[in-house]
Design a protein around this ligand. Structure first.
Ligand code: KIV
Ligand code: ZN
Length: 497
């Protein structure tokens, strides 16, 4: 079987999504889970973009052993210097540099010419080669670039020393046939192409990211760039779980990856939980309904023989239907075991804290599921916040106006207020605004149940606008009014320092 390299960009392209930002500790947690998943390359960040990103690449480099760590850099010397510096502790390292090469980029972004861009492309590869052996060049917007010019760029950067040439469909515009032909054209017309690895990087603007990636693979690409749950700029990137399971299911393609597919589901849950980014229920492979047979005909068929309606065994992607839910009687060891399966290792201190929260939740809820545990595991982020909710009392009902009283702790000082409103959340937020007198408006307010049942936790995502900037807040609680107010406070904490 041919080997396909999996390049994961969850921590770079995926993390660019507004509201999905992770701190360094969380990024290390994801990077280690990706290494255990078996990805070949982790794109850990874009070091020049911020000190936080720089530091994350440094720390991820220290904490990962086998996987190649890659840092993004535009075709600018300063970017490449910073990428090389951030990678200094990586055992295996790669610089991913490049620039826009489509007419849109050359004319409007760079106000330049094809020949000039070609020279800059060559120069940046040569510059990166001074630092590392493994240099990947991205031909940004290759999807809308004429194949003859794309081939010229590919040939020139290979000659300059690029080890991987990335052909991004940056805008998600290509059709699968068109993208496949692009790869075939490069394979047939670029001198030196057989000595390097060609890579896909497909965006999902038309829902074609996975189909285009597959067309690339069928035509000879041997690296795919993907993200967990398909997150990424705008409509996202190719989803790692989809491309992996396509190749595992279609053995006739004769292409294999290193992915340990049984880790797919836990990593998907971890990324969704840390980034507060829900996975759509019907998402292929990892969505809540991906293996749920609801119609009577399907249920009957599956009970008689699973393969009647199932092409993937849920166990193969790490969905264990026999998982025993934790209850109020479960001990610390059971919780620790469950966290380990979910890819989370905690110090004893942190485990004790999460266990305390777990017991409180288990008192309110009969069965505590993996999703609940992931929410609890991320909860102590609130401990260090400046504004904390001390108490909230709300009365509401049919035919009465809702009234709320609220207590906040702001940097150690206590504040109280009460207000009435058009429903319990409105009343609570009006009371809160009497204490925090800032101009702010809710732009998006999403409430979702995590699992099922009236005792379930509700997850709330909130987008709040302040001074023209959007801030994102999240909370989960069995009381959805409390979760709404906590999510609002979480967003405010991002701009009230
Ligand atoms: O979409 C894109 O073209 C990119 C490049 C930076 C690889 O993300
Ligand atoms: Zn991208």
């Amino acid at each position: 079987m041919d080997k396909l390299f999996i390049f994961d960009t969850t921590l770079r392209d995926g993390e660019q999504v507004p509201g999905c930002q992770l701190n360094t500790i969380e990024k290390i947690q994801v990077a280690q889970a990706l290494e255990n998943l078996g990805v070949d390359v982790i794109e850990a960040g874009f070091p020049v973009s911020s000190p936080g990103d720089f530091n994350s690449v440094v720390e991820i480099s220290k904490s990962v052993t086998w996987t190649v760590i890659c840092a993004l850099a535009r075709a600018i010397e300063k970017d490449i210097d910073m990428a090389a510096e951030a990678l200094k502790f990586a055992k295996r390292k790669r610089i991913h540099t490049g620039m826009g090469i489509s007419p849109y980029h050359i004319k409007y972004k760079f106000n330049s010419t094809q020949d000039e861009i070609l020279k800059r492309a060559v120069a940046c590869v040569k510059y990166a080669k001074k630092y590392v052996e493994d240099v990947e060049f991205y031909c940004e917007d290759a999807g809308r670039t004429d194949n003859v010019y794309l081939a010229r760029v590919a040939e020139a950067v290979i000659k300059a020393g690029a080890t991987v040439v990335n052909i991004p469909d940056t805008t998600g515009y290509c059709l699968p046939t068109e993208y496949g032909e692009k790869i075939k054209f490069l394979k047939e017309n670029v001198k030196g192409i057989h000595n390097v690895i060609l890579s896909t990087h497909c965006h999902n603007d038309l829902g074609l990211a996975t189909a285009n990636t597959l067309a690339g693979v069928i035509n000879g690409v041997r690296q795919v760039e993907a993200t967990i749950n398909g997150i990424g700029e705008r409509a996202g990137n190719t989803s790692l779980e989809e491309i992996t399971m396509i190749l595992k299911s279609h053995k006739e393609l004769n292409i294999d990856t290193n992915i340990n597919t049984r880790n797919i589901y836990p990593v998907s849950r971890m990324v969704s939980s840390l980034m507060n980014m829900p996975v759509q229920p019907n998402k292929a492979i990892v969505g809540r309904n991906a293996f749920a047979h609801s119609s009577g005909i399907h249920q009957d068929g599956v009970l008689k023989n699973r393969e009647s309606y199932e092409i993937i065994d849920p166990n193969d992607v790490g969905i264990d239907e026999n998982t025993i839910a934790l209850t109020a009687r479960s001990g610390r060891a059971a919780l620790k075991h469950r966290l380990t399966i979910l890819g989370i290792e905690f110090s004893q201190d942190k485990l004790d804290k999460v266990y305390e929260e777990f017991l409180k939740l288990a008192d309110r809820k009969k069965n505590v599921t993996d999703d609940d545990i992931l929410v609890l595991a991320g909860k102590d982020r609130a401990d260090s916040q400046r504004i904390k909710l001390e108490y909230l009392q709300v009365t509401s009902g049919v035919g009465v106006r809702a009234v709320a009283s609220i207590g906040l702790n702001i940097a150690g000082e206590k504040f109280e207020a009460a207000a009435s409103g058009n429903g319990p959340v409105d009343a609570a937020i009006k009371a809160l605004k009497q204490i925090i007198r800032r101009q702010m408006t809710i732009q998006e307010f999403l409430i979702q149940a995590i699992n099922k049942g009236s005792d379930d936790m509700g997850k709330v995502h909130m987008q709040v606008e302040h001074n023209g900037v959007n801030y994102y807040g999240f909370s989960a609680n069995t009381d959805i009014i409390a979760a709404s107010v906590e999510a609002y406070i979480d967003a405010i904490n991002k701009f009230v320092k």
